[in-house]
Design a protein around this ligand. Structure first.
Ligand code: DOR
Length: 430
């Protein structure tokens, strides 16, 4: 099976490449990357005229809900949404039911992904049994089963000693630990950012400090353990600053710190909660305009390495509740790229190359995945993008089982057009 993608502007940050090139795909791999490749016999022609051609996007923070909450999402529906969103690799979080805290669950995820998935799936194992924060999982066993990182995402690991040991084992196993940073004692009943708006709305707040104290703790513990630590969904200016300082001292401290931001944290502020739309209820919460500016600055200057969706599907029945009772989370697989292009590129805040790096090679390097590149021989995971397409988000076109997004009806610019997963072509619908 041969396929020739021709006439596109190829941007591949892994090779610092931004050039008009053609790509020949053969048997699921990239066979040639050059200008004006002659169409060989039998090759299907795919025109990328006027489009961007980039390595298939990687989302290192997705909740696929299978096993356990197949009413919200399945591996099949979630990966279908991913591919529609231009994403060819998803890394799924461990807060399934049962939690991915043992080999059997990890193996189930991989076998189900093989049978029903539309894109590459990698699993994150939890840090503690049942994400209860008490007993460490068998970390070696999870790695052997294919887990690419550990995280109790959805919850913080409250006990500092448990977190220290987790980082020490992760370091021995040369695996990254992904930290959901929140001091629950500082934000026990919080449903939104603590500030003027929460006071006006009469909703319990989650202070920025609840995140920042944990970011500081986990960086310090990582230094003690010599571990690789990745701060998930950075949402405050203070957290950006803590990661900036840690990166400046990383070599001396013997640690590797990386961080990610979710599109909603650079696109919306807590003002969005004013209408009590439960789709704006996320954890960590939407913050202030100053926090949004700091996150964009952090993305720009490299403090934040990755853009990740934190796709968190919930049914409309669950979200159609009072703000206090609705679950945290919004879907994000199909809005990650359009929001990144609209808010970071078209706004003039960032260079295209840097944004694409945060969606491809950077997450691949952090997790040690052989992905995120268009080098010859690599898997033919490719995303074709219409950078200028203006559209209004039509949630009916989403492939996710859940529709919980506050971006419904929002005008965006830039969308995926086609996606190849190991050479298999899919056309996006927007
Ligand atoms: O908003 C969120 N939803 N944040 C998390 O950390 C977990 C996620 C979920 O699983 O629903």
């Amino acid at each position: 099976m041969k396929l020739l993608i021709h006439g596109g502007r190829v941007i591949d940050p892994s090779q610092k490449l931004d050039k008009m090139l053609d790509i020949l795909v053969e048997n699921g791999h990239i066979a040639q990357l050059a200008s004006n490749i002659n169409p060989t016999a039998g090759a299907k022609l795919v025109s990328a005229q006027g489009k961007l051609v980039v390595p298939g996007l990687i989302d290192m923070h997705t909740h696929l809900r299978e096993p356990g909450r197949e009413d919200e999402e399945t591996i099949s529906s979630g990966t279908k949404a991913a591919v529609n969103g231009g994403i060819t690799t998803v890394v799924c979080m461990a807060n399934t039911n049962p939690v991915n805290d043992n080999q059997a669950v990890t193996e189930f995820i991989y076998s189900q992904a093989k049978k029903t998935g539309y894109c590459n799936v990698y699993a994150v194992g939890s840090i503690t049994k049942g994400q209860q924060g008490k007993l460490l999982v068998e970390m070696g066993e999870l790695k052997a089963a294919g887990a690419v990182a550990y995280s109790d995402d959805g919850c913080s690991v409250k006990n500092t000693e448990v977190m220290r040991r987790a980082l020490e084992y992760a370091s021995m196993l040369d695996m990254p630990l992904i930290c959901h940073c929140q001091d629950d004692d500082l934000a026990p009943q919080g449903v939104m950012h603590e500030g003027l708006i929460s006071t006006m709305l009469g909703l319990e707040g989650m202070p920025a400090l609840a995140e920042e104290t944990m970011v500081a703790r986990d960086i310090s513990l990582a230094a003690l353990a010599g571990a690789r630590v990745h701060i998930a969904h950075v949402s405050t200016a203070g957290s950006v600053e803590l990661v900036r300082q840690a990166k400046a001292r990383a070599k001396a401290m013997g640690i590797k710190v990386s961080a990610e931001a979710a599109p909603h944290h650079f696109s919306l502020t807590h003002e969005a909660v004013r209408n009590f739309d439960t789709n704006t209820k996320v954890n960590p919460p939407l913050r202030t305009a100053e926090d949004v500016a700091a996150i964009i600055e952090g993305l720009k200057d490299g403090v934040i390495d990755v853009i990740a969706s934190d796709h968190a599907p919930h049914t409309s029945a669950e979200k159609e509740a009072e703000y206090n009772y609705a679950p945290f989370g919004m879907i994000g697989l199909e809005t990650m790229l359009p929001l990144a292009l609209t808010k970071l590129v078209h706004s003039g805040a960032m260079q295209l190359m840097d944004v694409i790096a945060k969606l491809t090679i950077n997450p691949a390097r952090i997790l040690g995945l052989d992905k995120g590149t268009l080098t010859v021989g690599a898997d033919a995971d490719i995303t074709i993008i219409d950078l200028d397409k203006r559209f209004t988000l039509d949630i009916a076109k989403s492939k996710s089982k859940s529709k919980n997004t506050p971006f419904k009806g929002v005008e965006l610019q830039g969308a995926p057009v086609m996606t190849l997963v190991a050479g298999k072509l899919n056309t996006s619908e927007y």
